[in-house]
Unconditional design. Sequence first.
Length: 255
Amino acid sequence: MTTMDIIKELTDELAIKHFYSHLKEQQMQPEYSNLEFEKRIQLLLEAESFERKNKKIKRLQSDAKLPDKSACIENINFSIANRILDKSLILELASLKFIENANNIIFTGLTGTGKSYIAQALANKAMQKGYSAFYIRVPRLMQYLGSIRGDEEYLKYLQKLSRYKLLILDDFGVSPLKANESRDLLEIIEDRSKISSTIITSQLAIKEWHSYIHSPTVADAILDRIVHNSYKIAITSDESMRKLENSISKKKKTE
């Protein structure tokens, strides 16, 4: 058995297969022989670390279920005429300090103003830094919880939601919440309060939320836990971002 065979067995045993594959690459490239032994080991360990981080990010991205997997902070257009969006605040949020501090974010504005895109861009940024994230529309969430309520799966799903460092609840307020749905939302918010971050997007102004939650008591409890610990960002625009993007796309095709 050769030395490389032994190294292969050991790297397989230690689950550092990228270390071995990059070692083989070093052997085939003469320029590496001029490097100090310690430097070559450093490069091999960095390669292993890089591959592991990439694997984790891909797993996080797959689990997050983002509709727009390409959403990123760098592609947010802050210069669109007649759209009010605080660039400095969005860039501050992109530092992810809000996740470290377990703060929440509330995006409000009419449909097509870019609320969901910005939320997903922040989620992608978070996953690049190793934070777990999950996206779901509130109507779909309530539909699913209603189908498993009273089952063992119900508690398991609530526990699953509580573990994400960032949870995006999109389209809150599309329709009023029923009694059971209001309690479901309270459980989700309570489990995450002061521990993890939640982003909520809504077409409704925050002052209108109370009337969309079935029980006034439950509404007070939800708003107390989510609103007072949140960055509140109201986005206004005279034109839908989707309509604008489609217009730009059509224009490019005709050029």
